[in-house]
Design a protein around this ligand. Sequence first.
Ligand code: CO
Length: 291
Amino acid sequence: MDSDVKEKYLLAGKIGKKALDYAQTLIEPGTLFYDVAERTEQFIKDNGAMPSFPVNLSINNEAAHYTPYEGDKKKFKTGDLVKVDLGAMVDGYMSDNAASMEVGNTGNYSDLIEATREALNSAIKILRPLINIYRIGEEIENVITSYGFNPIKNLGGHGINRYDLHSEIFIPNYDDGNDETIKTEKVIAIEPFASNGIGMIHNGQFGNIYIIDAPKVKDKNEIIYKNFNTIPFAERWLAKLIPDDQAYIKKKLSERLISGFPVLKEHNKSMIAQSEHTIMVLNDEIIVTTK
Ligand code: CO
């Protein structure tokens, strides 16, 4: 990998990790989701990067893809199991990392959280160039089931390319039999999710996050493309740029220029934890950029 590119990935990882730690210090009973997301995204900018995507603050049976909307009054409650998922981007080179915590340190789901941390660490330990993809999933599954929980089967890790957060490969959280290999000189994210429920998520309501369909961009000055390129963006980001962002989003959705991300969730009584790192798989070394 080009040394300049490598440096940018490393810096994006370092800032992403710092932002993840920072976000968790802000989360207390009564804090607004809105404030945590906005302050954390500002923190990423203050450190010289841009968010790779809107800060995701998903709770309890939600696995991912909730970010607050402009004017959102939702507050954290004691006992909420929060997944903070975020990333930093330097010149299009991104990091993506996530951690789970309980609001007010209730300690009801420490095992569930620990299962995802250990699964992530075990998966990183066996990682090497040309490893079969199913082996990573198998490792994650073994650790999570040893804790008595289920891995979420229809969520997983992914390749990362410049300005492209979810590229090519899918890294499962269970042995899916995929014997393709992880190529060298690749950047990937591994993200085990564990559930005390069934281990399958479905689409819920929309989570205020959208993405542009890159091949459909004709006007490079279109406001979404001009400001956010092809990375996922938040309704709140657009609200700060134009007066009636809701109407604009509706119009662009109907033109199919953009699409929305639904919140990914399990049934009401299940709880979900997640851990995630970004990793460079190089010829001669494995580097966790978000450590
Ligand atoms: Co990810």
